[in-house]
Design a protein around this ligand. Structure first.
Ligand SMILES: [Zn+2]
Ligand SMILES: [Zn+2]
Length: 331
């Protein structure tokens, strides 16, 4: 089957790989490029080394399943790329995102098909019926929004009191802002690039510059850029009793220089999160279902595998928000 192969650092190309071996196949319609994919391709990632096929933010149609499988061929689904075992101590404590025994789809989704195990039903979500294939695109955002909802679950937002500041106006920062917009909570994004800020504003998102942020103005601050120093910079600005969330991946072993007094006297907490649990994925699916138009705006470009390299380069250059790639996309 066709795929977009991550061949070596900085290089992707259309290629052929063997078809799935798992019993249920999903014909992938489109896959979003994620920050982790970008990092894997240009910087390197210890889990995703080339040559390999990346991709995990996908939706498509069930196209092959054994007799008696609950979903008919042709059913449109979005699949969680993984979900927790439900049995371990973490899972029993409601911390499924930390489960060390997760269930996974077979392989990366920058490919024609993705195989899923027979007993993967909990990880599949049937999409509402649409006239055009493109109308399903927004569901490629289910996984990144699930990660964002994992983040928002760490923040306490009190209607009429809370204001959320998101540092970094990339796709994840924008998802945070749109999520809070859908919940009626005031949020703003710090985005230094004027072009990107203008795009965010066109979606109704408030943007500010770093030097405009006043101490105590925001009780929740989300660091959505992978620069450790931002944690030190923003911690003293968080409103007393508030929370700073380290959302973007920061390097292991890197130290932070933080104001200890902000934690004790200001009662500010620092929290982190990574990935998602099944409950976050479920909530993400229902939030998108209720706000398809709002979230659809984030998808700025679509490409086929032949233009995969171009798509990644474009995203790296900061010229797009969410880009989808698929074998049947015409571009
Ligand atoms: Zn992702
Ligand atoms: Zn578990």
């Amino acid at each position: 089957m066709k795929c977009l192969m991550f061949e070596e650092i900085g290089k992707l190309a259309p290629s052929e790989i063997p078809e799935p071996t798992y019993p249920v196949w999903i014909k992938v319609a489109a896959t979003g490029i994620c920050g982790t994919d970008l990092k894997s391709v240009y910087v390197g990632h210890r889990y995703f080394r080339p040559p390999t096929v990346l991709g995990h933010e996908f939706y498509g149609q069930i196209c092959k399943a054994p007799e008696g499988y609950p979903l008919k061929n042709g059913t449109w689904v979005v699949a969680a790329p993984y979900y927790e075992c439900g049995k371990c101590d973490y899972c029993k404590a409601g911390k499924g995102d930390l489960c060390e025994n997760k269930n996974y789809v077979e392989a990366g989704s920058f490919a024609e098909y993705v195989g899923v195990p027979l007993d993967y039903m909990e990880g599949l979500f049937v999409l509402p019926e649409k006239k055009n294939t493109d109308d399903y695109d927004v569901y490629a955002l289910t996984e990144p929004l699930a990660c964002v909802i994992n983040g928002t679950s760490r923040l306490e937002t009190v209607p009429g009191y809370s204001k959320v500041l998101i540092v970094g106006g990339g796709p994840m920062g924008a998802l945070f802002a749109l999520y809070y917009a859908s919940k009626g909570i005031e949020a703003a994004i710090v985005e230094p690039n004027d072009e990107r800020a203008a795009r965010l504003q066109s979606w109704g998102i408030k943007t500010v510059k770093q030097d405009q942020v006043q101490k105590g103005e925001y009780d929740n601050v989300v660091i959505a850029v992978n620069i450790a120093k931002l944690v030190s910079d923003y911690l003293p600005l968080v409103r007393h009793g508030g929370t700073l969330l380290v959302f973007s991946g920061l390097p292991k072993g890197e130290s932070l220089d933080i104001d200890a007094g902000a934690i004790h006297y200001n009662e500010v907490s620092i929290k982190g999160c990574s990935g998602f649990g099944l409950d976050h994925f479920k909530e993400s699916f229902s939030v998108i279902k209720a706000n398809e138009k709002l979230f659809r705006q984030l998808i700025t470009n679509k490409f086929d595998f032949e233009h995969g390299q171009q798509a990644f380069d474009m995203l790296k250059a900061g010229k797009a928000f969410k880009i989808l790639i698929g074998s049947d996309i015409n571009c």
